[in-house]
Write a new protein. Structure first.
Length: 492
């Protein structure tokens, strides 16, 4: 087999920035992966680009990853954390790991923090923990939103008898396979039309201008990790005036994904700027913020909102494709972000509310809280609980790292669990097996004061990324790094 040879322009095409990282990447790949195909080597570089935190401690790929991580610049303001933090409420504390609690305590000590809460599905992330809610005054924290900006849920409810999911399983399977693309870096050959791609901001901000073509090619795609598109059964036991769906059983189409490469690049760019402007203690540096009365803060806020609209458009493109094939318009569409920041009033104050892996749950606000590929998800209506800053969990929450899931769950156990619940899985792997997640029923019980359940969704045909666990990922990677920010770093 001929030795691997990669050109700098091929690495730039992946989205790598100009600078030393190009030559470093070329040297590392040609030296350590010389017997790999060029396609395989470029796939590895894609993974490192989109998940640099995951590879920072890798013996081989770490030198590339460290060049991609935000680095504090010499100038900037040194900022100390407050000696005592604001009080924050924790829901389901007995089910939350110590690492997530510690990260929330750090966030509570920021000078800009006003209010906080931790949801029952919480676990460690970068900066703010997944499941963390933080309200700040005139400031936005890029890593308080997350890398996968606008990661969200979208549910279409169709007036179709759920029995058809069994009777016409091959038909529904085909529609899932044809409706979207999964996997890191996946792009369409032909881009769909959508008004979001015509936004002026794509022309006004140099960063977004450079991302426009790629974003368009990824419009309607779904990413990797825990992202999915699935058919299932929607059960409505009683009519809710806000949901407005009559009692009965229906076919539901549920999707979960975010803003792909667009959001990841926005997050990493503005996090780097935030860290350079406000130098926090090392353990809290990823909580660096931008003020909303400074140029960089205004830019990030506008770019974040564009990424949120783009994420929404991705879902709408998928749902529109499938609705067209089904020949039905949905009776109801329910959707919500869960990696975002909003301008909201809280106890009479105008604040920025970060919900990183948390669902908006204001009074009578509808949303979706999924379980796992076999466990039910729930259509919820917020109660507007001040104690949680109008928030709820964004899912069941992970209880097992990807590495641990790969090592402790067998293929046989996985298949038996799917068969037991009559779920057909297209793609997906042991790292996303149901065993890796908390019990959604326990999580919902922990937030009864925050939401009302107005409907239930049970998965039946599930499509996820089919990529296998990469053998070149070092098994000795720190488990903490492996499990952190699964929603953020796996989206692209």
């Amino acid at each position: 087999m001929s030795k691997l040879k990669i050109q700098g322009k091929e690495i730039r095409t992946l989205g790598y920035p100009e600078g030393p990282v190009i030559s470093i990447a070329m040297n590392v790949m040609e030296k350590n992966f010389k017997h790999h195909s060029k396609e395989k080597a470029l796939d590895i570089l894609k993974e490192v680009l989109q998940s640099p935190h995951d590879y920072a401690s890798d013996e081989v790929l770490g030198s590339i990853a460290k060049q991609l991580l935000p680095k504090p610049e010499a100038e900037g303001q040194n900022i100390s954390l407050n000696s005592s933090g604001i009080q924050f409420n924790v829901f389901g504390q007995e089910h939350i790991e110590e690492g997530a609690m510690h990260q929330m305590y750090q966030a509570a000590k920021l000078p800009i923090s006003v209010a906080g809460a931790l949801m029952p599905d919480a676990h460690s992330g970068y900066g703010l923990p997944i499941g963390g809610v933080l309200a700040t005054e005139n400031a936005v924290i890029p890593y308080g939103v997350g890398v996968d900006i606008g990661c969200r849920m979208c549910l279409s409810v169709f007036d179709i008898d759920p029995k058809e999911l069994i009777q016409k399983e091959n038909y529904f399977t085909r529609e899932l396979l044809e409706a979207t693309l999964f996997g890191s870096g996946q792009q369409f050959d032909r881009s769909p039309d959508h008004e979001v791609m015509d936004r002026d901001l794509f022309k006004e901000l140099p960063l977004l201008k450079g991302l426009h073509t790629r974003a368009w090619k990824q419009l309607g795609s779904s990413g990797s990790g825990n992202h999915f598109v699935e058919f299932g059964v929607v059960e409505i036991n009683a009519k809710d005036n806000v949901l407005g769906v009559e009692p009965g059983n229906y076919v539901g189409l549920l999707s979960h994904s975010g803003s792909r490469a667009l959001g990841a690049n926005i997050a990493n760019h503005y996090t780097k700027l935030a860290i350079s402007k406000r130098r926090l203690p090392q353990e809290a540096k990823n909580l660096a913020w931008l003020n909303l009365d400074e140029e960089e803060g205004i830019e990030y806020w506008n770019a974040m909102n564009l990424a949120g609209d783009y994420a929404s458009a991705c879902h709408h493109v998928i749902h529109a494709k499938i609705a067209k094939q089904l020949g039905r318009q949905p009776m109801k569409l329910v959707e919500n972000h869960h990696n975002f920041a909003w301008k909201e009033k809280w106890e009479g104050k105008d604040l920025i509310v970060h919900r990183k892996g948390a669902t908006p749950a204001g009074k009578d606000v509808l949303g979706i809280i999924p379980g796992s590929m076999i466990a039910p998800g729930f259509i919820i209506k917020g109660k507007g609980e001040t104690a949680s800053i109008n928030s709820a969990s964004h899912g069941a929450g992970r209880k097992m790292s990807r590495t641990r899931a790969m090592e402790s769950v067998t293929d046989k156990q996985f298949k038996e669990e799917l068969q037991k619940h009559n779920v057909k899985l297209l793609g997906g792997g042991l790292d996303e097996s149901p065993f890796a997640y908390k019990d959604i029923e326990v999580v919902m019980q922990s937030q009864k004061a925050l939401v009302d359940v107005v409907g239930k969704f049970t998965p039946k045909i599930v499509k996820m990324d089919g990529a296998k666990h990469k053998s070149w990922k070092k098994k000795d990677r720190l488990e903490e790094t492996d499990r952190r920010n699964r929603d953020e770093v796996m989206g692209e």
